[in-house]
Design a protein around this ligand. Structure first.
Ligand SMILES: CC(C)(COP(=O)(O)OP(=O)(O)OC[C@H]1O[C@@H](n2cnc3c(N)ncnc32)[C@H](O)[C@@H]1OP(=O)(O)O)[C@@H](O)C(=O)NCCC(=O)NCCSC(=O)/C=C/CC(=O)O
Ligand SMILES: Cc1cc2nc3c(=O)[nH]c(=O)nc-3n(C[C@H](O)[C@H](O)[C@H](O)COP(=O)(O)OP(=O)(O)OC[C@H]3O[C@@H](n4cnc5c(N)ncnc54)[C@H](O)[C@@H]3O)c2cc1C
Length: 638
């Protein structure tokens, strides 16, 4: 292009000078981030496959109407499935492909909840019948638990499932408006089947909430079956964003299903109408939520790392003020205020990655124990998945918004990728359990185990964690010491629950560093990030720590000095640390975060693609603007 300076030419890596500063092996860090060489290979291969296929383009989402957007999502989901079948992708590769397609869709709930619910709560026989159909997508499922009137309070659900021993069936019914199923993803326009949660009634007696497989639509013409009223609940937060998902409303009018469609691993109803509760905790009915909560923690590290990648690269590109004698202005990433806002988020992204790995191990361990009817770790697994889901999603939602602000005005453009990332991500603080409700579950767990906290203090723990453990114990004892009810103290107990979850994240980050971590300088970088994460929280909550007496004001001041020093250590490695996420420009979907840093020409080019710029004179000029300008007062034709 005429007069285009070197700094604006395509194909030039405008961040090369930043990448050359790196003090560690980025390729080795990519393996650490991915989890293993195999995981890296799958991620790298599939992300490039998706990025190179125009069938998966997503840069036009914000310009489509709701119906066009949804139809395009159906097209993509079908195209993704065809790609998976044609290329004979493994389950792992298929999951990665759906991840990099990066579009909330009915398939998320089919694969992410409907199938896990059958695997977790179905008998062997039920799994053998339904899983093959679901795996081949010959049925499409959703997870219909939440109702218009109840979401958090599962035991408050109103839908009923009444056993009819005459016909060996359950009658599924929505007795009230508030019992309408409301929110289930995929329910509105696509799902042919649901796992519907309802109050079981046998012989006039209630037995609490259980899961039932219910067909919603004909597999011939997709029309709702008799007694089924189903639709979409309408537009949600943000343009594009989660509106690719048909969150639905569903009412049952005395719908009959065979008795063998009640998920019967946890409890059974015999054909004689006998209710049998097997000797497993009734909370196993909640098992699917526990499973999804642990996946949400891993998802948080992905979403936060994506926002941090965009903000870090742009902070290295953006220059503002500080020009000496006509020289270049200062990179905003060099401002201490920018570093003090950005680098704790970078550290959090890595911290959440590793806690997500640990939680996946914890969930697999508890699942294995359940198979041997060992329920000993179930309470801890529930508390950890609930608490870490709450902690990481709150921090990630806040972090994405902070990354938008770190990008100044351009962060507010859709082409930055940040507004849509925020709009798609924030419901994670609500779905799979409202974050406060989940922290109350953690608080309840802590109240029961606080007596054991002391013994944990004496055990050999790294110094860093002792301060964090003392903080939790102190917060609990201050609260529990006074004789007032749980409800009265709940706001304080929630703070203790957050402190407990932060202790877990710090502890597991430290444990990660005790492992063998290959690659020049990789472990050193992770140690810096771990210290930033721990000291940033200590600085943020220093009131808690000071009140425990285990740190003094001088310690707090030293910690702050150390933070500044750590930020200086991260600075030359910042771009390499976000390169290690190995995100394609397609997946990032951000001009500000593009790999080559060639931001301004791309921003300028993108502006002209907006439909509003299809004409230089806007529709409506002659009707509304011209009369104003010409001071002609006449009734504008409506
Ligand atoms: C808030 C909950 C947990 C309350 O459940 P409730 O039955 O009322 O139990 P209690 O609070 O009375 O606790 C009794 C007892 O049970 C333990 N416990 C509770 N839950 C679990 C569990 N999952 N696993 C193991 N143990 C559990 C609890 O600790 C108590 O033990 P004690 O020893 O102290 O007696 C419940 O209502 C709940 O989970 N609410 C949240 C609802 C939710 O998460 N909905 C998600 C719907 S699906 C969705 O949102 C999908 C989104 C789409 C997407 O993900 O993309
Ligand atoms: C995008 C999205 C997708 C979803 N997908 C699905 C799905 O596929 N399937 C499905 O079944 N559901 C789904 N849901 C529903 C979701 O699970 C619920 O909205 C969620 O569990 C929160 O429940 P609620 O809406 O009843 O919130 P409420 O509990 O009504 O929360 C309102 C306020 O009350 C507070 N509160 C509630 N109880 C207490 C208490 N005991 N003590 C203190 N404070 C309390 C909460 O903290 C919150 O501040 C989805 C929701 C969203 C937003």
């Amino acid at each position: 292009m005429e007069g285009v300076g070197e700094e604006e030419m395509e194909g030039v890596d405008h961040l090369a000078h930043e990448r050359n500063k790196s003090e560690f092996d980025v390729d080795a860090m990519k393996i650490v981030w991915a989890g293993s060489p195999h995981a890296f290979d799958v991620s790298d291969r599939i992300s490039k496959l998706v990025a190179s296929d125009p069938g998966f383009r997503k840069d036009n989402r914000s310009t489509l109407s709701r119906k066009e957007l949804f139809k395009n999502t159906l097209r993509k989901a079908a195209y993704a499935w065809k790609t998976i079948v044609d290329l004979r992708l493994s389950e792992e590769e298929a999951a990665k492909l759906r991840f990099y397609v990066d579009e909330p869709a009915f398939t998320d709930l089919h694969w992410g909840m409907f199938i896990p619910a059958i695997k977790g709560q179905g008998t062997e026989e039920q799994q053998q019948k339904w899983l093959p159909l679901a795996y081949k997508m010959q049925i499409i499922g959703c997870y219909a638990q939440t109702e218009l009137g109840h979401g958090s309070n599962v035991q408050g659900l109103e839908t009923t499932a009444t056993f009819d021993s005459q016909t060996d069936e359950f009658i599924i019914h929505s007795p009230t408006l508030t019992s309408s199923k409301w929110w289930p993803g995929g329910l509105g326009k696509v799902a042919t089947h649901a796992i519907a949660y309802a109050r079981l009634i046998v012989g006039g007696r209630e037995h609490g909430v259980h899961g039932f497989i219910v067909q919603l639509r004909s597999l011939e013409d997709h029309s709702p079956l008799l007694g089924i009223t189903v639709g979409d609940i309408g537009m949600k937060f943000g343009n594009g964003a989660y509106n690719t998902m048909d969150n639905g409303v569903l009412q049952f009018d005395h719908v009959r299903i065979p008795r063998n469609q009640m998920l019967m691993r946890v409890s059974q109803v015999t054909c004689e109408g006998k209710y049998k509760q097997s000797d497993v905790p009734r909370q196993l009915v909640y098992g699917t939520m526990v499973y999804v909560r642990q996946t949400i923690v891993a998802d948080a590290s992905c979403a936060l790392s994506r926002a941090v990648c965009i903000a870090t690269r742009y902070s290295a590109v953006r220059r503002q003020f500080g020009s000496q004698n006509g020289g270049p202005e200062t990179q905003v990433i060099d401002y201490k205020t920018q570093q003090s806002r950005l680098f704790p988020l970078l550290a959090s992204a890595y911290a959440f990655r590793f806690i997500g790995e640990w939680l996946k191990w914890l969930y697999a361990d508890v699942t294995q124990r359940l198979q041997a009817n060992d329920f000993s770790t179930l309470p801890e697994a529930h508390a950890c998945t609930a608490g870490l889901k709450s902690l990481t999603t709150t921090a990630t939602a806040d972090g994405i918004e902070e990354c938008r602000k770190l990008c100044g005005g351009h962060g507010y453009l859709c082409s930055s990728g940040l507004p849509e990332l925020f709009a798609v991500y924030v419901p994670a603080c609500t779905y799979e359990g409202d974050n406060t409700v989940l922290l109350l579950q953690v608080a309840r767990f802590l109240m029961k185990t606080v007596s054991q906290l002391g013994s944990r203090l004496s055990s050999k723990k790294p110094v860093g964690t002792i301060a964090y453990m003392t903080r939790v114990e102190h917060l609990m004892q201050c609260r529990c010491g006074v004789q007032r009810g749980f409800a009265e103290l709940s706001a304080d107990l929630v703070e203790a629950a957050v402190a407990h979850c932060q202790l877990i994240v710090v502890s597991k980050f430290i444990e990660k560093l005790q492992q063998e971590i290959p690659g020049k300088g990789v472990k050193q970088q992770l140690e810096v990030l771990c210290n930033i994460y721990a000291l940033f929280l200590l600085h943020k909550h220093q009131g808690d720590f000071l009140s425990t007496g285990c740190i003094t004001p001088k310690h707090a001041a030293l910690a702050n000095d150390e933070l500044r020093s750590l930020y200086s250590q991260v600075r030359p490695n910042a771009i390499a640390l976000v390169d290690a996420f190995n995100y394609t420009d397609h997946y990032l979907g951000s001009i500000l975060g593009c790999y080559d840093g060639n931001v301004y020409p791309k921003l300028y080019e993108a502006a002209w693609k907006d439909p509003l710029n299809e004409s230089v004179v806007p529709d409506g000029y002659h009707l509304y603007i011209r009369p104003l300008l010409k001071q002609e007062i006449r009734t504008a034709r409506l």
